[in-house]
Design a protein. Structure first.
Length: 298
């Protein structure tokens, strides 16, 4: 079915994270395509390539890229790297690539992406996870690799399957550190708790991550947002995990000190590399930052 080191990979979305993972896989000699809906970006990358700077130095690579899935035909592994509000359109665009043995893996932020993907390709062919890698768009076909970390993936039903292990081996053969979780839903909600306390406020206020901690008003909003999200997680019966070690947390654990520490850590990295969160960039460009979540549970 799969060869652990040789897989046809398609990355849906040539934004910061899509370009980053495309670069990491291509650098390791993997066969990888980018599927991008914006023809101007596709044409730019075909002509000038993708420029990557940051943690690993400066690089330029020329990936295979198209706006038409039919040009690629079929893929073994399809990575979804679009914003949550583009998930439906993205998975519909990628559907022709999904064969009987294909895996669709979302590493997106947010809740609801998995459900949208499952509606189109089915539960059986969907995996999910999170990544601590960070990237920022600096311009057309130009990104900065701003942070590294663990990528955690899992089957939706929590089983440790042979295909899950093979996807992990494939990533690790490209130098991407991967762990397996048996509770991917809890993992996604845990990352949401971090994002909900930081990302919206950076977009609304224009402050950097660590600067949110300089003001009592923003600290209070962060506290209320995280505690509200935590109460939802506990009520729904989901587990919470630390994103540093992927270990399960007790419901009584105080998340704010952990989030504040992470806030400072991210801020330090991004300040050094002069990068920003995508929420800040979207607001600076006047774009909408509205997400909706349709729960499948009562």
């Amino acid at each position: 079915m799969y060869n652990e080191n040789i897989m046809r990979v398609v990355i849906v979305g040539a934004g910061a994270m899509g370009c980053l993972f495309g670069f990491l896989l291509r650098k390791a000699g993997k066969e990888v395509w980018l599927l991008e809906k914006h023809s101007a970006l596709v044409n730019h990358i075909k002509k000038y390539g993708i420029q990557v700077e940051g943690i690993g130095g400066e690089h330029r690579f020329f990936p295979l890229i198209t706006s038409e899935a039919e040009e690629i035909k079929e893929a073994e592994l399809i990575l979804i790297f679009v914003k949550a509000f583009d998930t439906v359109q993205a998975i519909l665009k990628a559907k022709p690539l999904v064969g009987p043995d294909s895996v669709v893996l979302t590493l997106q932020n947010g809740i609801g992406n998995v459900e949208e993907i499952v509606r189109v390709v089915g539960h059986k062919q969907t995996m999910a996870g999170t990544t601590a890698h960070g990237a920022t768009v600096l311009g057309l076909g130009h990104i900065r690799h701003a942070g590294t970390g663990e990528t955690v993936i899992g089957e939706l039903d929590g089983n440790k399957t042979s295909r899950l292990a093979k996807v992990m081996v494939f990533f690790e053969s490209a130098g991407i550190n991967v762990q397996i979780t048996q509770d991917v839903t809890g993992l996604l909600w845990s990352k949401l708790l971090i994002n909900v306390g930081i990302n919206p406020l950076t977009g609304i206020t224009g402050l950097r991550n660590g600067e949110l901690l300089d003001y009592e008003e923003t600290r209070a909003i962060m506290r209320r947002a995280v505690n509200e999200a935590k109460s939802v997680v506990i009520e729904k019966g989901f587990a919470l995990f630390t994103l540093i070690t992927s270990k399960k947390l007790k419901p009584s654990v105080k998340l704010l000190p952990k989030m504040f520490l992470l806030c400072f850590k991210i801020y330090g990295i991004r300040k050094k590399l002069k990068s920003t969160l995508s929420a800040e960039q979207f607001c600076e460009r006047g774009k909408s930052l509205i997400w909706t979540y349709r729960s499948t549970k009562p």
